[in-house]
Design a protein around this ligand. Structure first.
Ligand code: BES
Ligand code: MN
Ligand code: ZN
Length: 503
């Protein structure tokens, strides 16, 4: 999709369709919608009077112009109550409108700068949200489909039309929106990709390509080096797989200090069968997406490297399959993580925390000042929060608050979960320092408490995305399949930390 900013009047633009808007509760069209309405001899006003256009959130009404405008069609999108308009509502409405128009085989679209200068929404943020709505909302994953006929149409061009004085700001927003959307769609592609096309080696190769094209440093730690470093968790989980494990380290350097200001850690299980503690086969194919945390971290780094904030960010992705074979890890085994702590295996299906134990230890060893991890860690978190909210767990309230705020801005909802010391009791082992399952109660929290053992005192937030990395419904900028959560949360967080000069 080609995206550009045009100055002038939307009523004068030639396109297959133009998108204007209407707010709930308004008796007549306003602003640019009113100008379009006049050109259409009051067609929109009449539809409002008849109650066909109500302005309800995401309502779409198509009016044909029959030669009264250069554009063939006008889509009037409802933005809900004006007082409740937000960046997320703009993103969602544009996504719905673009999908609706695409289904009608419309390929060139022009839209007003939806939301700009309403309720503190800056033109930059409005343009970014419009672009994200368009690019995220029309995402498809068709790589493995060979038939042309069931392809949805394609929107080839999107123009954002605004006043002359807004052009620079709208263009800045378009640039940012393209970067964040491409990063999110990259992560979605990785998660949607079947496990036979997204092995640990494939992830490492992708990371190497990203590093080359965006100017980041890359190190891929292989099996031999993992042994030298004592990455017992990652090695233990990988034992049952024929695929060699990879520990991917990406560094973006935009700051002055030697150490990483922030480490982004992502779980990279390219397929989770459960191992010897094998999972039931229902929906097992979804476990190709158990590297969604790693994919999100890689996507976020690609955007960070393009946006160039003044900060050092490091990404760590421990990547392996979790499969059963004669050499596989067994319940009862004891592993030693990179920081020397011993871990008793109760279930080989609680593998995410084992590989993260090494990654978090590595982040500490590198002197990371802050750590945020993203992981499809527990079914319990998905049961608790569904596919709506990511669970946040942390040891530092200020950082938790920042992560939640970064998510809100991105339209990625996050809900904080408790981390009371009492929960740590459940992870006590009779044979090792800690065990990898703390029972059925509060499974998402005991998993987070396990991770906390490898972080110690560094400010840290763990994001459990087991519920939010996939969705089975279309909703605003989200489509069925991989969501790309929390790519844009991580990007916003790093940008905001950089702007503050990293305390
Ligand atoms: N990858 C799963 C968690 C998961 C479940 C992600 C559903 C996405 C959807 C994780 O490795 C796992 O298997 N967790 C176990 C932990 C248990 C054995 C303590 C779980 O949640 O059942
Ligand atoms: Mn598992
Ligand atoms: Zn897993």
């Amino acid at each position: 999709m080609e995206i550009k900013v045009i100055t002038g009047d939307i009523a004068g633009i030639e396109a297959d369709a133009i998108i204007v808007n209407h707010f709930e509760g308004m008796a007549s069209p306003e602003g640019e919608t009113a100008a379009v309405d006049r050109a259409l001899d009051g067609a929109i006003s009449q539809l409002i009077k008849r109650g066909e256009i109500k302005g309800k959130k995401n309502e779409i009404t198509m009016v044909h112009s029959f030669g009264k405008l250069p554009a063939a069609r006008v889509a009037v999108v409802g933005l809900g109550k004006p007082s409740e308009l937000s960046v997320s509502k703009v993103r969602g409405a544009v996504a719905e409108a673009c999908r609706w128009l695409r289904a009608r085989e419309i390929s060139t679209i022009a839209t007003v700068a939806q939301g700009a200068n309403i309720n503190d929404i800056s033109p930059v943020d409005a343009a970014q949200a419009i672009v994200e709505g368009a690019l995220l909302g029309t995402y498809t994953f068709r790589r493995h489909m060979t038939k042309e006929e069931d392809k949805p149409g394609e929107i080839k061009q999107l123009s954002i039309v605004g006043a002359d004085g807004l052009k620079a700001q709208l263009e800045a927003g378009v640039n940012r929106g393209q970067i964040t959307s491409e990063a999110t769609n990259l992560a979605r592609d990785m998660v949607n990709e079947p496990a036979n096309y997204m092995t640990p080696t494939d992830m490492a190769e992708m990371a190497t390509k990203l590093a080359k094209s965006h100017g980041m440093e890359i190190t891929v730690i292989d099996l031999e080096q993992m042994k030298e470093l004592g990455m017992g968790g990652l090695l233990g989980v990988s034992q049952g797989s024929r695929q060699p494990p990879k520990f991917i380290v990406l560094n973006y350097r935009g700051g002055a200090s030697k150490e990483p200001d922030i480490a982004l850690v992502g779980k990279g299980i390219t397929f989770d069968s459960g191992g010897i503690s094998i999972k039931p086969s229902e929906k097992l194919e979804e476990m190709k997406g158990d590297m969604a945390g790693g994919a999100a971290v890689m996507g976020a780094m690609s955007a960070i490297a393009r946006l160039k904030p003044k900060i050092n960010a490091m990404a760590l992705i421990p990547a392996t399959e979790n499969l059963p074979d004669g050499n596989a890890l067994k319940p009862g085994d004891v592993l030693t993580a990179m920081n020397g702590k011993t871990m008793e295996i109760i279930s080989t299906d609680a593998e995410g925390r084992l590989i993260l134990a090494d990654a978090l230890s590595y982040a500490r060893k590198q002197g990371a000042k802050k750590i945020v991890d993203a992981a499809t860690l527990t079914g319990a978190c998905r049961i608790a929060l569904g596919d709506i909210c990511t669970g946040a767990f942390g040891n530092n309230q200020e950082l938790v608050d920042r992560v939640i705020a970064a998510g809100r801005e991105a339209g990625e909802l996050i809900w904080q979960m408790p981390m009371y010391d009492e929960y740590a009791e459940q992870n006590k082992s009779d044979v090792a320092d800690i065990k990898n399952v703390g029972g059925r109660l509060a499974g998402a929290i005991t998993a987070a408490k396990f991770l906390a053992e490898f972080v110690n005192d560094a400010p840290w937030v763990h994001l459990d995305i087991a519920g939010t990395s996939l969705t089975d419904k279309e909703r605003g900028h989200q489509i069925k399949g991989a969501t790309g959560v929390p790519v844009r949360t991580l990007v916003n967080l790093v940008i905001s930390l950089a702007q503050e000069g990293t305390k």
